[in-house]
Design a protein around this ligand. Structure first.
Ligand code: COA
Length: 159
């Protein structure tokens, strides 16, 4: 049983994240998508809301689970018995940050592998900030996020 962890802020989950989960579950027996309580980011959605949106969006995917954590990714990975950390690489601009994080995580736990997966190129320009901005100004986000996210963003930005 090879389990991996896919950590992120997921504020909110996008189709680009789901694309990565689908690629990861093709390779591993279990993927735990884990919502980070990232103190350096101000989030629109609470951790509970982000977990709920992920659970609804990923409910039909066998072997995929959702949880949250507060602390270091490497500690949570160890707690749940993950052998690796999944990260998405969308563009060269992601590389430096991801490289730094992967090396630090390796320093913290040399047994844990970081696995980089590329989402479909149609998601290259996507991130959660763009989705929040589009929703705030009533842009159409339905091509980029699951229906539950469209509904939740409508509640956050009514009118
Ligand atoms: N499709 C669409 N968007 C994607 C994406 C994909 N496949 N992959 C990443 N993104 C976007 C995210 O939506 C997010 O957008 P935003 O900044 O506009 O909100 C952005 O890329 C960053 O991605 P994310 O994966 O959420 O990374 P993060 O920088 O928020 O960090 C953790 C998440 C969990 C890895 C990090 O906070 C962390 O490690 N926290 C724990 C502390 C720790 O262990 N620190 C030591 C690390 S060395």
């Amino acid at each position: 049983m090879r389990k991996v962890i896919y950590p992120g802020t997921f504020d909110p989950v996008t189709n680009g994240h789901i694309d990565i989960v689908m690629r990861a579950i093709d390779l591993f027996d279990e993927v735990v998508v884990t919502v980070a309580k990232n103190p350096s980011k101000t989030s629109l959605f609470t951790v509970e809301e982000r977990v709920e949106m992920l659970n609804v969006s990923l409910k039909n995917m066998e072997g995929v689970f959702v949880d949250s954590f507060d602390g270091l990714v490497v500690d949570h990975a160890r707690e749940i018995g993950a052998v690796g950390i999944i990260r998405g690489l969308r563009a060269v601009s992601d590389f430096e940050y991801e490289f730094q994080m992967a090396l630090m995580n390796r320093k913290l736990n040399d047994d844990l592998r970081t696995i980089f997966l590329m989402p479909h190129e149609k998601y290259t320009y996507l991130n959660s900030t763009i989705i929040r901005n589009l929703a705030q100004f009533k842009g159409d986000i339905s091509d980029f996020v699951p229906p539950i996210v469209v509904a939740k963003l409508k509640q956050k930005f009514p009118g």
